[in-house]
Ligand binder design. Structure first.
Ligand code: FES
Length: 200
């Protein structure tokens, strides 16, 4: 028995239809069967959304997580030549105030001498050339470089030194020697106030 003939016998809606397959009196000639199909699909759509909503709302970051996603740091106490270590998204964050001599040194390096060419201006906020904010994560294999705490080895270029495999970063956090492929990462940040930066 063909599918068409089976439908004609088994489907009571077909018996209620007029000769041209429409429901008698239905505006626009919509077949009752079509109407039931559309209604069923609409119900499934609403049901699907009802199921998805709690899932999506559970997946949305909580306020705690959103708060954790930014870090505010008061940089007012960092003297020229000093650096501090903070934490941003569970990773070390280095914030360093460069001396005038360090700024001059960073600006004297030709980009052609750099493995990952960036100027100090590229790596700092406009008007804040002396404040260098970078992740404290070596771009080779993720060790935490030395050079924040006074007396630590700052490497051959006076910035940061990663002892794991010997990567040397300069005063602008740019890779100058060793296996690290790129400069220390500068995260997104802005000045919240004159003295507080918001990272993230
Ligand atoms: S992880 Fe820093 S040099 Fe290898």
């Amino acid at each position: 028995m063909s599918e068409t003939s089976a439908s004609a016998v088994a489907d009571p809606n077909t018996h209620a239809a007029t000769a041209d397959g429409t429901t008698a009196g239905a505006p626009g000639g919509v077949r009752r069967r079509d109407f039931i199909d559309i209604a069923a699909l609409s119900a499934a759509g609403v049901g699907g959304l009802a199921v998805l909503y709690p899932l999506i709302s559970q997946m949305a970051p909580s306020e705690d997580v959103l708060a954790e996603s930014t870090t505010d740091v008061d940089v007012s106490a960092i003297e020229p030549g000093q650096a501090i270590k903070s934490v941003f998204r569970k990773q070390p964050l280095f914030i360093r105030r460069l001396t005038d001599a360090e700024i001059a040194e960073a600006n004297s390096v030709p980009l052609s001498a750099l493995r990952d060419p960036e100027t100090l201006s590229d790596r700092t906020l406009e008007g804040h050339l002396s404040l260098l904010v970078t992740m404290g994560v070596c771009t080779h294999l993720g060790c935490v470089p030395l050079g924040v705490t006074e007396g630590e080895n700052r490497g051959e270029f006076g910035g940061y030194f990663c002892p794991c495999h010997g990567s040397h970063y300069d005063v602008a956090g740019r890779i100058r020697k060793g296996p690290a492929p790129t400069n220390l990462v500068v995260p997104e940040y802005t000045f919240n106030t004159d003295t507080v930066i918001r990272v993230g």
